[in-house]
Design a protein around this ligand. Structure first.
Ligand code: SF4
Length: 423
């Protein structure tokens, strides 16, 4: 029996790097410090080899590569999607493959924080690390997110609870504000909860910015929030020493989308005339931040990139996976570590069923089960090393506490690149 210490959990964007795993007979038998989601990731993992499949039948790795390369090479409009639950090394190789076959490449960002990318390109990114927040932030605003449920250790490890260099009393030295349409678990533990009307975030952000700039509001309420409560929040924001806004899909996937995020970012810009303030998106998948980073370095854009003309073109709404499937344009799809068949809208899934799909995934997901070619791979951070980016953009090296018995995503992608070249 061995104990592997300080392993990184890749379930969510927190990438907690203090997990202890007890390993016996190449199985994880005990998980310490992880939350329920993290425990499920490690405890349920079986590293045993699985045969690749072509049309549901077991086959050799070489045969599967040959068939997948043929599909990719013969497609006129290939689509590559996923990337948020794999290593940055594999993400990098995926962009190389997209360029080679002239594909559209898109990540799960397009269905979560895509609007954040658009807003950051327009306004800028007033960012900071989670370490800065732990050590300095005395005001935390959670807007349209519920970290106590979705990122269970965020409160305890990075934001509300920890004691920091300039926050010696931890939670007692911090004020927590939640803005949400319903009283979530996070809202119940906040010092101040603002119940906002569905779809009114942009108006409320604009009103807050006006108050920060010293204007007065004519209205008695904005977006369901009384003017005096907004005034109180504006005073709290201006008078804190170090403020932070975390925002989630409650802001990016409601009316206004990127305009809402622009509202947050320009509010933060305004606040920096008075005090120190930053904003961070609450990223869901373990390495979705890495997908944005790697695609930005290599293509110049974080998602929704098309290589059909040999150079990268950016087109959210046009080259995003859901749009290419709903319009019926994509004629083959390569899915890496994602399960669009379980999460995409029905018209997109309907089109997926009519085209060849190649899936690369450690788990036999719904997408993998229905794929023309399926490559079972090792799981990054469990039996495969690599790099992942935490939600604040800090890169962490992932260990491989279990022995690898399956190919990594990188190895499959490398084989596909060589296979396509030789077709
Ligand atoms: Fe894993 Fe996220 Fe839980 Fe941390 S908060 S242990 S990264 S699931």
């Amino acid at each position: 029996m061995t104990v592997e210490r300080n392993v990184v959990c890749t379930f969510c964007g927190c990438l907690c790097d203090d997990i202890n795993l007890t390993i016996e007979d190449d199985r994880i038998v005990k998980v310490e410090k992880a939350c329920g989601n993290g425990r499920g990731l490690f405890e349920g993992y079986n590293p045993d080899p699985i045969m690749p499949k072509v049309m549901g039948r077991d086959t050799s790795f070489q045969e599967a590569v040959k068939e997948a390369s043929r599909i990719l090479r013969s497609a006129r409009y290939p689509l590559i999607y996923g990337l948020s639950s794999t290593s940055s090394e594999a993400q990098r190789m995926t962009v190389q493959l997209a360029e080679l076959i002239g594909a559209s490449i898109d990540s799960t960002s397009s269905v979560c924080h895509g609007p954040t990318g658009l807003a950051m390109q327009a306004v800028g990114e007033p960012t900071c690390t989670l370490g800065e927040i732990k050590n300095r932030a005395d005001l935390l605003v959670f807007w349209g997110c519920n970290p106590l449920v979705t990122h269970s250790r965020h409160f305890a490890r990075y934001s509300a609870m920890p004691k920091g260099r300039f926050i010696p009393e931890g939670r007692r030295d911090r004020k927590v504000v939640v803005v949400d349409v319903r009283r979530s678990e996070t809202a119940k533990s906040a010092d101040m909860y603002l119940q906002i009307k569905q779809g009114c975030d942009f108006e409320v952000l604009l009103a807050l910015k006006a108050l920060i700039m010293g204007r007065t509001l004519d209205a008695v309420e904005v977006g369901g929030i009384p003017a005096e409560v907004l005034q109180q929040l504006a005073v709290e924001m201006k008078s804190c020493r170090y403020g932070m806004i975390f925002f989630g899909m409650g802001l990016t996937m409601t009316n206004g989308r990127d305009l809402n995020v622009r509202g947050v970012l320009s509010l933060v810009r305004e606040l920096n005339d008075h005090t120190r303030f930053s904003a961070l998106p609450m990223r869901g998948h373990g390495n979705v931040t890495g997908a944005d980073q790697v695609m930005s370095w290599l293509c110049g854009y974080p998602f929704a990139v098309n290589y059909s003309r040999g150079y990268p073109r950016y087109g959210p709404g046009e080259y995003t996976a859901v749009d290419l499937l709903c319009s019926g344009e994509a004629d083959c799809m390569l899915v890496i570590a994602s399960d669009p068949a379980a999460h995409f809208p029905a018209p997109a899934v309907k089109h997926m069923k009519t085209i060849p799909v190649i899936a690369i995934d450690p788990a036999e997901s719904l997408t993998a089960a229905g794929a023309s070619v399926y490559f079972p791979t090792a799981m990054y951070g469990i039996d495969c090393e690599g790099t992942a980016y935490r939600m604040d953009g800090v890169a962490l090296r992932l260990k491989a506490p279990l022995k690898r018995k399956r190919p990594s995503d990188e190895e499959v992608l490398q084989a596909l690149i060589e296979g396509v070249k030789s077709c």
